[in-house]
Every structure is written in structure tokens, then in C-alpha cells.
Design a protein around this ligand. Structure first.
Ligand code: SF4
Ligand code: SF4
Length: 113
């Protein structure tokens, strides 16, 4: 598992504040890697993420990359979000390329070079 590498990718994502009371993102099925699933303590979905509790993420510090990056990129803009800055298109694509490589490796689809 590649928790350390995944956390290094998280560190490159600008911090962001969601609009108060908005939990729209948590009402979609999300994608994550096996190590992210382990870090957040599993995943369930019944119309909303099983970690959504009282309108808040109960595993905020361990939420996966997809929950962190939305609203923080020129390619993934959210009107309700207030990011400290937006990742450029190039930064976003590079981050996702590295992430997919790790995820594919964890899923047994690809060996990172
Ligand atoms: S990223 Fe935007 S749409 Fe998603 S929960 Fe935050 S404010 Fe809502
Ligand atoms: S892990 Fe947290 S932020 Fe991500 S969908 Fe679930 S409740 Fe929302």
C-alpha cells in the first residue's frame, strides 16, 4: 500500500472551505484507491457517503483525494468553495496522472516506474 505517496499528493492540494451546509459532493459515489479506503475506514453509500454525519465529513483528515481536489482546480471549479488558490490545469493533470498511477498499482493494474 502507498499511503505515504498518496499523502504527499494530498499535501499539494490547496486547502479549501466549502459553503456552509453544502454536502452536495458527499451525495455522489466517489472513487478512491485501496489505501485510501483503508485510511478512511471503509466506504458505504446509501444515497450519501456513510461518513457524512450531521452534514460534516466524519473522516475529514483521512478523506480521499477526490474529496480534496474538487473546488481547488481550474478544471474542477465549485461556485461554493473558497480555496486558498486554484491548481492550474497543468498541476491538476500531473497530480491526477500520479494519483492514477498509484491507484492502478494498488489495484494490481500497473507497476509504477
Ligand atoms: S466542494 Fe462545493 S459542491 Fe462540494 S460540498 Fe463543497 S461547496 Fe458543496
Ligand atoms: S469521505 Fe467525507 S468528504 Fe468524502 S464523500 Fe465521504 S463524507 Fe464527503
Amino acid at each position: 500500500m502507498k499511503e505515504r505517496e498518496i499523502k504527499a499528493l494530498y499535501a499539494r492540494i490547496p486547502s479549501s472551505t466549502c459553503k456552509a451546509g453544502c454536502d452536495k459532493c458527499c451525495r455522489n459515489i466517489i472513487q478512491f484507491s485501496p489505501s485510501e479506503e483503508a485510511m478512511m475506514g471503509g466506504y458505504s453509500f446509501d444515497g450519501k457517503c456513510g461518513h457524512l454525519s450531521g452534514g460534516r465529513c466524519a473522516v475529514y483528515e483521512n478523506r480521499p483525494l477526490v474529496c480534496r481536489i474538487y473546488g481547488t482546480s481550474e478544471l474542477l471549479v465549485c461556485e461554493g468553495c473558497k480555496p486558498e488558490r486554484l491548481l492550474s490545469e497543468e498541476e491538476t493533470l500531473e497530480l491526477l496522472r500520479e494519483y492514477n498511477k498509484i491507484r492502478n498499482f494498488e489495484l494490481g493494474c500497473e507497476i509504477p516506474k
